[in-house]
Design a protein around this ligand. Structure first.
Ligand code: ZN
Length: 443
C-alpha cells in the first residue's frame, strides 16, 4: 500500500464563519491545517504518494501544500470538473489510482494505525475494507451490519425504523480498496451521464447487491469529522487533552471491562427474553463518562444460556444490539462485547453438547480479557474490571486487572470465589468516577 487518496472537494458551508476564505480541508487544528495532519499520518505508515481530489478552490489548496516534499510524500492533485460525489470522483479519476490505495476524507481528523488496517484487509481478500466504529449517536448515523468474520452483510442508512435493534457500527469514512473494485462502475460517471455517486449511499450498497466482498474493520481508534463548529471545537479540545494521541492502536491503552447482568443492566437470573433487558439507572451516563475520557470500554459476559439451549446466538446478538441501542440513545457506547457461550456441566434437556465444555473464556478464566488485549491492544496492568460477583473479581485477578465491585445485582454476595475487590461502590457511576479520578492514563 503506497497511495493515499484524500477527498478534499467539500465546500464547508457549515463551517463558513470559521473558515473565512479557507477551503474546508485547510481548517487549522492545533495550529496546523487538517490536510497537513493527514500528510504526517500517512507518511508515518509508509505511504509516499498522496492524491488529492479537489473541487472547491483547488488552487488555494495546491498552493498551501506544494508538492508534499515537506512531509516526505509525493503530492498530486486532481481537479474535478463537476461534483461527482465521493465515489464518483474516484471512478472518474481511475487513471490516477494505484492497484491498492487508502481513501481518506478531507474533513475527518484521525489517528489510526493505517498499517494494521491495511494488513487485516489483505488477509480477507475483500474488494474493500471499511473502517467502522461505534459512535455516541447511532440512531442518526448510517449503520453497517457484519457477520462474525467481519464480512459486511448489509448497510442500513438512516432514518432507522423504530423498534429495530441494530449493532452500533458506523461507517467512519476511511477505506482500503483495489482499483479493480471501481472499474465495473465506469459507465456511472461517463461524460454524457454524470451523476453523484456516494460511497455509503450508492456504491457500497450496489457492490453488496452484486455479491462483491466488503470487509468491516471494527476499531475504537480516533476518527471524527469536523464538519460543524461544534465538532471542530470538540476535536480541538480532544487534541489538547491528549485523547487524539492516545487514540491509535499503536500504543497499548487502558480499558474498563464491565460485566453485563447486574452491573450494566438489571439482573434477570439468566436473561433469556430481550424484553428483560433494561439498563440500570445511571449506567449509560457512567459509560459515557468513560467514553469521553477516551478509555476503551469492553463488556465481558458469561452466557451459559446459549450452551443450555435457552437462547440462540442470533437471539443473543439481538439482545446485544438492543444493549448498544439503549446506550446509544443516551450517547454512550461500548467498544466490544465479548461473551462466553459455554457451560461445563452436561446432562440437561435441550442443551447444545458442542458448547457444554470446559473453556478458557468462561469467567473467572481470563480468556475474554486476553482476547480483548490482543484485538484492541490493551494494557491490562492499567485496566479495571467492574462487576457484581466474586466471579468477576476472581476473573480480574486472574487477568491482572484491578477489580471493582458494585452493590447492584448480586452485590458480591454469591460467595463462589475468594478474590477481594480493590474497592466497592454502590453502582456503576460511582465506580466509573473512581476510575476517572485515578488518572487512568498514567503508568
Ligand atoms: Zn467459554
Amino acid at each position: 500500500m503506497n497511495q493515499a487518496v484524500i477527498l478534499a472537494g467539500g465546500l464547508g458551508t457549515r463551517l463558513k464563519a470559521r473558515l473565512g476564505d479557507l477551503p474546508k480541508p485547510l481548517v487549522p487544528i492545533a495550529g496546523k491545517p487538517l490536510l497537513e495532519h493527514q500528510m504526517q499520518l500517512v507518511r508515518r505508515y509508509g505511504i509516499s504518494r498522496v492524491t488529492l481530489f479537489l473541487y472547491h478552490k483547488p488552487e488555494v489548496v495546491e498552493q498551501a501544500l506544494g508538492d508534499g516534499r515537506r512531509w516526505g510524500v509525493r503530492l498530486e492533485s486532481v481537479r474535478e470538473r463537476a461534483p461527482l460525489g465521493t465515489a464518483g470522483a474516484l471512478i472518474a479519476g481511475l487513471e490516477h489510482l494505484d492497484d491498492e490505495f487508502l481513501v481518506l476524507y478531507g474533513d475527518t481528523f484521525l489517528n489510526v494505525d493505517l498499517q494494521r488496517f491495511a494488513s487485516e484487509w489483505r488477509t480477507t481478500r475483500a474488494e474493500a475494507s471499511l473502517f467502522l466504529h461505534p459512535n455516541n449517536h447511532p440512531f442518526d448515523s448510517d449503520l453497517v451490519e457484519c457477520a462474525e468474520d467481519g464480512r459486511v452483510t448489509a448497510l442500513h442508512n438512516r432514518p432507522h425504523p423504530p423498534g429495530v435493534w441494530r449493532q452500533n457500527l458506523v461507517n467512519a469514512g476511511l477505506y482500503a480498496m483495489r482499483r479493480s473494485a471501481l472499474e465495473p462502475f465506469r459507465s456511472w460517471v461517463s461524460a454524457d451521464s454524470p451523476r453523484i455517486v456516494d460511497f455509503g449511499k450508492d456504491l457500497f450498497p450496489e457492490m453488496l447487491r452484486r455479491g462483491m466482498h466488503l470487509h468491516g474493520y471494527n476499531s475504537p481508534e480516533y476518527i471524527k469529522d469536523i464538519g460543524t463548529p461544534e465538532r471542530l471545537d470538540k476535536v480541538e479540545a480532544e487534541f489538547q487533552a491528549g485523547v487524539v494521541a492516545r487514540g491509535s492502536f499503536e500504543r497499548p491503552a487502558p480499558a474498563v471491562f464491565i460485566d453485563r447482568d447486574g452491573t450494566l443492566n438489571e439482573e434477570a437470573d439468566g436473561l433469556r427474553d430481550i424484553d428483560q433487558l433494561r439498563l440500570l439507572p445511571g449506567a449509560a451516563e457512567a459509560v459515557q463518562m468513560l467514553n469521553r475520557a477516551g478509555l476503551r470500554v469492553v463488556v465481558v459476559t458469561n452466557q451459559p444460556v446459549v450452551a443450555k439451549g435457552q437462547v440462540t446466538e442470533g437471539q443473543l446478538r439481538q439482545i446485544h444490539n438492543k444493549l448498544e441501542s439503549l446506550l446509544g440513545l443516551d450517547h454512550a457506547f461500548v467498544d466490544r462485547i465479548y461473551h462466553c457461550p459455554h457451560h461445563p456441566e452436561k446432562g440437561h434437556a435441550g442443551e447444545r453438547p458442542e458448547l457444554k465444555i470446559t473453556c478458557d473464556c468462561r469467567k473467572p478464566s481470563p480468556g475474554m480479557l486476553l482476547r480483548a488485549r490482543s484485538e484492541l491492544n490493551l494494557d491490562l496492568s492499567r485496566s479495571w474490571m467492574i462487576g457484581d460477583t466474586t466471579v468477576d473479581m476472581q476473573c480480574a485477578r486472574n487477568a491482572g486487572v484491578r477489580p471493582l465491585l458494585v452493590r447492584t445485582g448480586h452485590g458480591g454476595r454469591d460467595g463462589r470465589f475468594p478474590a477481594q475487590p480493590d474497592s466497592t461502590f454502590d453502582s456503576l457511576p460511582e465506580a466509573a468516577a473512581h476510575i476517572l479520578k485515578a488518572n487512568p492514563f498514567s503508568s
